[in-house]
Design a protein around this ligand. Structure first.
Ligand code: NAP
Length: 285
């Protein structure tokens, strides 16, 4: 059933929540899945569980703390060394921080993990994705992007940090990045799409005293379980009907409108250039 011709998919943040469910479902659809997360131990356990549940022996793992761009580069090297071709990249890992924290590289943590790390990861893995005859880049954003703004004079909220604003900014960045990337990838066999998974009962935000806050909102807003939240991502990764569809924002497996600001091409271009600088990624066109 599983062979070396199976498609290869890397899912960041696949040790819990929506990412784990996407990895599990794709393992069940004969993908060779690369699990990735912050902790090596958690990655190993998750890969073993996914392999056992799906019956798919081709579940690999590479740990990387996305708050450290050197570890992002190491992850890319590990993928390059083990897989000549990458068919699907799912940029899923994400955080929400009430406190103003910094990445190893000195950037505000939410933007660093949710956007900058995935910007660098995607660009450095593009050569492997371009070798696929059906390459797909899928990024997990959020409806929260609608409240996001970008201020390049204070990108990291040095003045007045607000956890929600920082999160919304990072999720807007996910969409601007995807739209710009899709334009760059026109005339290639690689697509780029972004989606909102719904309001999902996962471990999200539970790291910083948000437990009660989330519990209240979950009850109020009828959150779905992680498997339901993973549905649109699985569809975008594996469904034949979306093979050539690119540059779209998806909700419930359907294209949807993102915020007016997310369609600002000048803003996307500027974010791209700034992200090159912050990540020391040299190709700026
Ligand atoms: N839950 C929702 O309601 C909701 C709504 C809209 C959008 N989203 C988006 O959905 C995505 C997944 O969220 P989730 O709800 O599944 O959350 P989750 O259960 O907290 O899972 C987050 C995943 O990201 C990983 N991660 C966090 N920080 C990392 C880092 N520095 N380096 C590497 N991996 C890291 C976590 O690994 P560890 O377990 O090792 O920390 C975990 O595997 C996020 O992008 C989030 O913004 C979620």
């Amino acid at each position: 059933m599983f062979n070396t011709k199976s498609r290869v998919c890397l899912v960041t943040g696949s040790t819990s929540g929506i990412g784990r469910e996407m990895a599990l479902a794709l393992a069940g659809q004969q993908f060779r899945v690369i699990v990735s997360g912050k902790s090596g131990k958690k990655c190993r356990q998750t890969a073993q569980e996914i392999s056992r549940i799906s019956g798919n022996p081709h579940i690999h793992y590479f740990s990387a703390d996305l708050a450290d761009l050197a570890q992002v580069r190491r992850l890319v090297q590990q993928v390059h060394d083990s897989f000549p071709t990458l068919d699907v990249l799912i940029n899923n890992a994400g955080i929400y921080s009430m406190r103003h924290l910094y990445s190893v590289d000195g950037y505000e943590l939410t933007l660093a993990v949710n956007h900058l790390a995935h910007f660098l990861l995607t660009n450095l893995l593009l050569d492997s994705l371009l070798k696929s005859d059906d390459g797909r880049i899928i990024t997990v954003s959020s409806q929260a992007h609608e409240r996001g703004t970008l201020d390049f004079n204070d990108l990291f909220y040095e003045q007045h940090y607000d956890g929600f604003k920082a999160y919304a900014r990072s999720k807007l960045a996910n969409i601007l990045f995807t739209y710009h990337l899709a334009e760059k990838l026109q005339n290639t066999a690689v697509t780029a799409n972004v989606f909102h998974p719904g309001f999902v009962r996962s471990n999200f935000g539970k790291n910083n005293g948000l437990l009660r806050f989330w519990a209240r909102r979950l009850i109020k807003r009828g959150a779905v379980n992680p498997a339901q939240g993973a549905g649109t991502g699985i569809f975008l990764a594996a469904d034949d009907s979306v093979k050539s569809v690119s540059g779209k924002y998806w909700v419930d497996k359907k294209p949807a409108n993102s915020s007016p600001l997310s369609y600002d091409k000048g803003l996307a271009q500027k974010l791209w250039c700034e992200s090159c600088d912050y990540t020391n990624y040299v190709k700026k066109d």
